[in-house]
Ligand binder design. Structure first.
Ligand SMILES: Nc1ncnc2c1ncn2[C@@H]1O[C@H](COP(=O)(O)OP(=O)(O)O)[C@@H](O)[C@H]1O
Ligand SMILES: CSC[C@H]1O[C@H](OP(=O)(O)O)[C@H](O)[C@@H]1O
Length: 395
């Protein structure tokens, strides 16, 4: 990967992106370059440059000094571009082929130049259309096990692990998660955004001290447990796929946190999708939920058996203890994701695009109920099949 040293920060336009692509010799000098801005996320600009044939493309993603969805009133560090590029590379070392290739970065412009994945589809969009992506859960289960195990103390020398903890210190992006996932939805906070028909359910959440105690414990794990290098925002909008391929993008929230957080966010987004489907279409999603966890466990155990880095790895019962903790954390984090995606600042299209008002409100009530039960009962839920059973009980 090249590191391009450019001038000071400026917000790129389609024209300056083309000049940059020429300056960096990313295409042959005669190619008639075309650029479009394709970013649909909350935070950054994403430019796609093609050579006119429409076939060869590259992606130039640029961080803005503020959150795009809110505007300049929400300043945000440009350092997130470097974190994202470094996390793509670090995760790519272990989850080979499951993340886009990074071609170049420039810290002062806050850009990452990477592989164009436009031949794939964002999983959230495909799932909403009823697709099921046969390889999704096997690939994501493996991605989770390989990235999380191999960046943890189970695999790394303690000096290397601690130096990665420092490299991936990401306080501003973590603060967004601390607020938007773990705090604001559980209090009457101005960032919340919910439909008036949900007022009673939302107030019940704000008044539920048992629920809030459990969320406080999960937030504490997020704040304090530097277990592995997380993606940090692994929702179905951060995954590209086809029938044959899966690629995880957008790890700008990467930092050292609890292993169950990435797993829980992915499962939470699958659970949201499950509630939006007709009964006869839910099985494909439930199979993905089960297979994600089962693949994660199988691959994590395979990694556990390799290498000698931690003498305690061979102690009877230790691996089972670790996996049990990760499972209960994952279930709780999934619950938080369900609640924040329903009533918090950042919604998901799976829910908001349900046109029929009654159906949309019913589905949102279900995601809230499921979220609450997953959080409060997570220590009594002892298998992934029990999660599926719980989903079936929610009317
Ligand atoms: N490598 C890529 N190849 C093709 N399209 C991409 C790529 N990365 C991002 N995109 C497009 O840009 C959108 C926003 O990208 P994302 O990284 O999620 O931005 P944000 O950080 O703002 O959420 C994606 O939903 C996708 O449509
Ligand atoms: C104001 S940030 C809200 C929300 O946006 C991020 O998602 P993405 O960058 O994928 O659009 C993240 O989930 C934050 O919680």
């Amino acid at each position: 990967m090249a590191v391009v040293v450019m001038k000071e920060y400026e917000s790129l336009t389609k024209e300056t992106v083309i000049s940059l692509a020429i300056e960096l010799s990313l295409f042959s000098s005669e190619a008639p370059l075309v650029c479009e801005e394709i970013g649909d996320g909350n935070l950054n600009y994403v430019f796609r440059v093609t050579d006119g044939s429409g076939e060869k493309g590259i992606i130039i993603k640029q961080a803005l000094p503020y959150a795009k969805v809110i505007g300049e009133s929400w300043p945000l560090t440009l350092k997130r571009a470097k974190i994202e590029a470094s996390a793509l590379q670090k995760h790519g070392e272990y989850a080979v082929g499951l993340v886009p290739k990074v071609y170049a970065t420039d810290e002062s412009l806050a850009i990452t130049i990477m592989e164009d994945l436009s031949h794939l589809e964002i999983v959230r969009e495909g799932l909403i259309k009823g697709k099921s992506y046969p390889k999704l859960s096997t690939d994501i289960g493996e991605y989770l096990a390989l990235t999380l195990f191999n960046t943890s103390d189970f695999a790394l020398h303690p000096f290397e692990k601690k130096s990665l903890v420092v490299e991936f210190s990401n306080p501003e992006l973590c603060k967004i998660t601390e607020d938007l996932i773990f705090t604001d939805p559980f209090f009457d906070h101005e960032t919340n955004d919910f439909e008036p028909a949900l007022q009673a359910e939302v107030e019940a959440i704000w008044n539920n001290n048992l629920l809030k105690l459990e969320v406080a414990k999960l937030k504490r794990s997020f704040l304090t447990e530097a277990e592995a290098l997380l993606h940090g925002d692994l929702h179905t909008g951060s995954i590209f796929a086809s029938e044959a391929e899966t690629k995880v993008i957008d790890p700008e929230f990467a930092f050292y946190g609890p292993i169950g957080f990435d797993i829980g966010l992915f499962l939470g987004n699958l659970i949201v999708q499950s509630f939006t489907r007709q009964d006869d279409q839910r099985d494909a999603i439930h199979t993905h939920i089960q297979n994600t966890w089962n693949t994660f466990c199988a691959k994590f155990s395979e990694c556990w058996k390799k290498g000698e880095s931690d003498l305690y790895k061979s102690i009877e019962g230790y691996e089972a203890f670790v996996l049990e903790k990760i499972f209960h954390d994952s279930v709780g984090f999934a619950g938080c994701e369900l609640i924040r995606r329903t009533i918090g600042l950042a919604h998901v299209k799976d829910l908001d695009s349900i046109e029929n008002h009654e159906q949309r409100i019913l589905t949102k009530k279900q995601t809230l109920k499921a979220g609450e039960r997953l959080i409060v009962s997570r220590h009594e839920i002892n298998s992934i099949d029990a999660v599926i059973e719980l989903l079936g009980e929610i009317q």
